[in-house]
Ligand binder design. Structure first.
Ligand code: PLP
Length: 399
């Protein structure tokens, strides 16, 4: 089918809830993808932090093909060996933690909120959940109620009751709230707010949130849906901050490219979801598990994570060289989640359009931030290739 026809049928048959590029991507290999007209792109979006090993990873493909010939789905009525294996891998350095598998990030957070309420019921009848300004935790009703920007919430009121929001990185406001309101069951935080434009929590902030949770007996949930699974140069992003969350939520890269989400739970809380209290039909299906394990085993190797850190530092140093450009406000990054913050929306848009024209995929996020998410096995020469396009773009769009 010709691209024009696909585009018109896309509009005719699909609900128009996405603003899609009018491009059909048909093939990927490593850090590159090709569209239906044969144009090659350097993919520094990675399926929005999903394809952490790039496209067409041999070990992931092999694991998928081997699982396909055995079984795709059986349901959680039965024991699933692949789930056990993956949980064991994920919790290897987290003694006693247990996993629950689902299909997406929003579902992982819903599970965490339900756990918080079950636990809270028996612990002072607490049910409220606190999140932060700028936060993005998903689009189902519970997660949406913890997601702060109005643009995601508009038209969907009333949201789930019992959710409160506090300014990001504001410990005083958080402490004032939990002192006053004794019904807070959980606090959920992203270590780095990806959708908000790669906004970092300060090191002290997460440590203080943790200590508030300990003092006031509140469940500490860290949402690593975007920044987990090696993205920042550690298996889990919270490892940078010397904290120990009670619940870690994961998705995106967790399934090695297939749909998969999870929450990992500290042993103190892991028995509160009893049989029948929560579940999913497809979550943790053998196929997603097989792909996820094959991907996670490669990513979680110490040498691999060290290479992510090195390449991230290399990329950030290169970006810092353009930071004094008058159109740029700031550049930021940790591992291979990076951002260029521009001074205006128009400039950020022109920058992204130029990159796209030159065959480089990056995402425009909140407040003029261009988010850069290369595959974690990106090559140094590919980072150089992207930097060259960035430099050209800055020259071309300067006015
Ligand atoms: C931090 C964070 N949490 C949750 C989600 C929701 O994940 P999903 O789109 O898989 O439901 C996202 C998605 O971007 C995210 O970045």
């Amino acid at each position: 089918m010709k691209l024009d026809k696909i585009l018109s049928e896309n509009n005719k048959y699909l609900i128009q809830n996405y603003q899609r590029f009018p491009i059909e991507m048909v093939k990927g290999d490593g850090s590159y993808v090709w569209d239906s007209k044969g144009k090659k792109y350097l993919d520094f979006i990675s399926g929005i932090a999903v394809n952490n090993l790039g496209h067409n990873n041999k070990k992931v493909n092999k694991a998928i093909l081997s699982q396909v010939s055995k079984m795709l789905h059986i349901s959680n009525l039965f024991v699933i060996k692949e789930q056990v294996n993956y949980a064991k891998e994920l919790c290897k350095n987290k003694a006693g933690y247990k996993a629950f598998f689902c299909n997406s990030g929003t579902e992982a957070n819903e599970a965490a909120f339900k756990l918080a309420r079950r636990w809270g019921l028996l612990n002072g009848e607490k049910s409220k959940i606190v999140s932060f300004s700028g936060a993005f935790h998903g689009r189902t009703f519970g997660s949406l109620s913890a997601t702060s920007p109005k643009k995601y919430r508009y038209g969907f009121y009333p949201l789930t009751p019992g959710f409160k929001s506090v300014p990001f990185n504001d410990v005083d406001k958080l402490e004032a709230l939990v002192k006053k309101d004794k019904k807070i069951a959980a606090i959920i935080v992203e270590p780095i707010q990806g959708e908000a434009g790669v906004k970092f929590s300060s090191k002290n902030f997460l440590k203080k949130v943790e200590s508030i949770c300990r003092i006031y007996n509140i469940l500490f949930i860290v949402d690593e849906v975007q920044v987990g699974i090696g993205r920042t140069g550690k298996t889990f992003c919270h490892e940078h901050y010397n904290i120990s969350p009670d619940v870690i939520t994961l998705a995106k890269a967790l399934g090695g490219g297939l749909p998969c989400g999870a929450m990992l739970v500290n042993p103190k809380f892991s028995d509160f979801l009893t049989p029948g209290s929560h579940g999913t039909t497809m979550g943790g299906n053998p196929l997603s598990m097989a792909a996820g394990i094959a991907s996670f085993k490669q990513i979680s190797k110490r040498t691999f994570l060290e290479s992510v850190e090195k390449k991230g530092n290399f990329f950030l140093r290169k970006l810092q060289k353009i930071e004094n450009n008058s159109m740029i406000k700031e550049v930021r990054g940790l591992g291979l989640i990076l951002a260029i913050e521009f001074n205006s929306d128009a400039v950020a848009r022109k920058f992204c359009s130029y990159c796209l024209k030159k065959g480089l995929l990056v995402i425009l996020t909140e407040k003029y931030n261009v988010r850069i998410l290369p595959p974690l096995n990106v090559k140094i020469k590919e980072i150089d290739e992207a930097m060259k396009i960035f430099l050209d773009a800055l020259e071309q769009i300067y006015d």
